[in-house]
Design a protein around this ligand. Structure first.
Ligand code: NAD
Ligand code: DAU
Length: 337
């Protein structure tokens, strides 16, 4: 039995991971440790809350005493670190909590994992650690790290700490670096859910700059299958890029969402650019494909329709979030920037 500490499991990707694993595997026992920040939501885990192979613990990855208690109590032998502050725009407004959770939090989790001799520590990282591409080329695992935002620099710091624990102590770590995810349960501050929800309300859709920035999109289930494979078969000290080779400009995505919803392009509004906005991300995922046999299963044109349908069918999930004070406060701060 794998006894897995999943951190950040109440967020977008972590909750999709837990729901997927507990549906498809009976050899995983999952302890979900999540601080329940603004981005954590236990609603995301309704379908597993009574599963005997699942336990939720509210807490912070930076709390070493709590970690030691959980490792001992549940005899944890695997760790997947999804927990992070994940939104670039928020990191530009204020970076401290990003370095606290993403760098120091990861370091504390690494120390606890080392002390408890885990069989694998899987760090869930991002393609943003590589910086920005020009019009051509792809990020490979040997592309030098060159992060540009407080968010991406904090994730790069976490990656460096993770690899150093392998080099120095022999801790069996693996890192996945994935491109932009989309799908159900994504917090409506990120491009795709924000645009769907604004369009459903006939609110303006704010496009930063000229709308020609490129992201390489992957459906969240494809990412999570890569995490599962990397946890089980990933080499120690190895990094795997994860991407579905589905590059799109932001304006293309927004027009597609409007088309799926039958809404007018007049809703589009070009706004001030994000400071330091990375121009293009694109991933070469041949290493994980060749070495671990992973390949993406969802095509963008189908999965984006599924995603739009999910948001249309789950209004109560996001209505609670967008009416909350916290999101309103953030929007106000953001407009002042
Ligand atoms: P998210 O913001 O939706 O969820 C983050 C979760 O972490 C939340 O449930 C939050 O409560 C929890 N958390 C935050 N600080 C914590 C702390 N100190 N202790 C315990 N829990 C804490 O993020 P996401 O989009 O699901 O991303 C998950 C991971 O995947 C992150 O590490 C992110 O960097 C990485 N990633 C995300 C994407 C993407 O497109 N969203 C792509 C590549 C990698
Ligand atoms: O590449 C992986 C990363 O993708 C993850 O590591 C991050 O956690 C995740 O948040 C995401 O970062 P991005 O900054 O690429 O995602 P975001 O959804 O914030 O923005 C996607 C693009 O859309 C980006 O070019 C900025 C633009 N954008 C975003 C918002 C929220 C807009 O034009 N308007 C908006 O309102």
């Amino acid at each position: 039995m794998k006894k897995v500490l999943v951190t950040g499991g109440a967020g977008f990707i972590g909750s999709n991971f837990i729901n997927h694993i507990l549906k498809t595997r009976d050899d995983y026992f999952i302890v979900n440790l999540d601080k329940l920040t603004y981005a954590g939501n236990l609603e995301n885990l309704k379908e597993v809350e009574d599963n005997p192979n699942y336990v939720f613990v509210k807490g912070d990855i930076i709390n070493r005493e709590l970690l030691d208690y959980l490792f001992d109590k549940y005899e944890i032998n695997h760790v997947i670190n999804f927990a992070a502050e994940s939104h670039v725009d928020r990191s530009i407004l204020g970076s401290e909590v990003f370095y606290r959770t993403n760098v120091v939090g990861t370091a504390v989790l690494l120390e606890a994992s080392r002390n408890h001799n885990v069989d694998k520590f899987l760090q869930v990282s991002t393609d943003e650690v590589y910086g920005s591409l020009g019009a051509t080329g792809l990020f490979t695992e040997t592309t030098p790290l060159s992060p540009n935002s407080p968010y991406s620099s904090s994730k790069a710091g976490a990656d460096m700490a993770t690899l150093s624990f392998n080099h120095t102590y022999g801790l069996p770590v693996t890192i996945t670096r994935c491109s932009n995810n989309y799908g159900p349960l994504q917090f409506p501050e990120k491009l795709i859910p924000l645009m769907i929800i604004n369009a459903l309300h006939n609110k303006k859709l704010p496009i930063y700059g000229d709308g020609m920035n490129v992201r390489d999109w992957i459906y969240v289930i494809d990412h999570n299958r890569a995490v599962e494979l990397a946890l089980e078969n990933g080499g120690d000290g190895e990094v795997y890029n994860v991407g579905a080779s589905q590059e799109m400009t932001n304006i293309e995505i927004v027009k597609l969402i409007l088309q799926i919803l039958g809404k007018s392009e007049d809703l589009i509004e070009y706004v001030k650019d994000r400071p330091g906005h990375d121009r293009r991300y694109a991933i070469d995922s041949s290493k994980i494909q060749n070495e671990l046999g992973w390949k993406p299963e969802f095509r963008f044109e189908d999965a984006i329709v599924k995603t739009v349908e999910w948001y249309k069918g789950n209004r109560s999930w996001w209505e609670g979030i967008i009416s909350g004070d916290y999101l309103k406060y953030y929007e106000k701060q953001y407009k002042k920037r």
